[in-house]
Write a protein that binds this ligand. Sequence first.
Ligand code: HAX
Length: 437
Amino acid sequence: MDPLKQKFFQKSSEVKQEVKALLAEHSDVKVDEVNVGQVFGGARDVIMMLWEPSLLDPQEGIRFRGYSLPELREKLPVGKGKEPLPEGLFWLMMVDEIPTEAEVEWLSEQWQLRSKIPAHTCRVLDQLPTSTHPMTQFAVAINTMQTESHFARRYSEGMSKTEYWDASYEDTMDLIARLPHIAAYIYRRTYHGGNHIHADDTLDWAANLAHMLGVSKSEDFKNLMRLYMTIHADHEGGNASAHTMHLIGSTLSDPYLSLGGAMNSLAGPLHGLANQEVINWIFQMLNKLGTRDPTKEQITSYVEATLAAGKVVPGYGHAVLRKPDPRFIEQMRFAKEYCPNDDIVNVVWRIYEVVPPILQGLGKIKNPWPNVDAHSGALLVHYGMDQYSFYTVLFGVSRAMGVLASMCWSRALGMPLERPKSVTLDWVKQFLVEKQA
Ligand code: HAX
């Protein structure tokens, strides 16, 4: 058994016993109550799922196994670069331990060894028109690789429940290993005439993605990919892509089919596609104004026009957060260090000064602050990636780490089929009548 798998087995076996004992004693203890507003309001805040890799605090933002993003920057190995390696974060999410440099090196190597994309996946992608949205291509590619699923094969051969975690672990490792290659394949076929770039086996996982994309040869772009892949990896379990993954996985659909579904969910403009929407919105504004240095007054008018047209300001607001997203702040920190004079980065910072008071003034929005998607596009444009419709694929490569880590945990703990209750409007009306009687 490989060292990560061994640790995961040990840790999850202990936690399984702990959960069993906890449930034996406390199953009936109430953790929440649901009101009518939540039934109609997208189940905001309803506690109904276990998600081990991370927890989101409305004020402080995301914590991975208890560590905030600045803490992770201090603690996670950086390898040959200057930013924490996503390998380290994956290790932490899986086994609740900060790995050593040697352990992340081992993981980089493992992912290289497992990274070969099936030939038929490339053939299927090559059949799609290059005008196909990259997120559609990404989800298709993930589904086509399902032919390689250990979980699906072993289930059909009669695998015991006690091995579900093991087969899921193998699929998880293969999938994460392959996703940068899939993403780069999609990028190069869509925007560079299929002129693909070979992997460089001396590089870590995120740096290799940067290399295969071929956007910029600079070391800084590799550092950006390391940061990008780390901060987008997980955001607890209730967000749409994670929850989709969990729901599909709960039917014992294998990790490939579950991740394909999660990526379709990420592709919505209120979720991951917001990174594409933000940069489109910014460039539409700059084109309309005929400047790359808009004043605060000009931005204010543009924001007001967006709202008057019945649209949302992309990159602002959040279903859980009630403060500026630490993932936004991390990207701002990166930009201040690497590209403080970039004009689009400066536009993002000026928007950050202008938008929150306007949204606050609407009186209905719960969080007027920027989220992760408000900044990422400007950094990608800085290094030369101006194909906005590709941005969500990068988000997806990163998000796969968190949702797959959680799936391993769900399988190890024997999580059941997810099946919350729905009601009809008549049911609600009747309920209210009876309540008032
Ligand atoms: N611009 C304008 N209006 C906004 C808004 C924004 N950025 N954010 C929220 N509102 C509006 C809502 O549309 C809602 O209006 P109605 O009552 O008229 O329907 C009202 O304010 C209350 O919404 P809320 O309770 O504050 O926010 P929700 O939990 O319902 O929605 C969203 C959270 C993220 C979907 C929302 O803030 C939004 O649409 N933001 C813009 C899109 C975006 O940036 N999405 C990415 C979110 C982060 C993420 O998942 N990244 O992947």
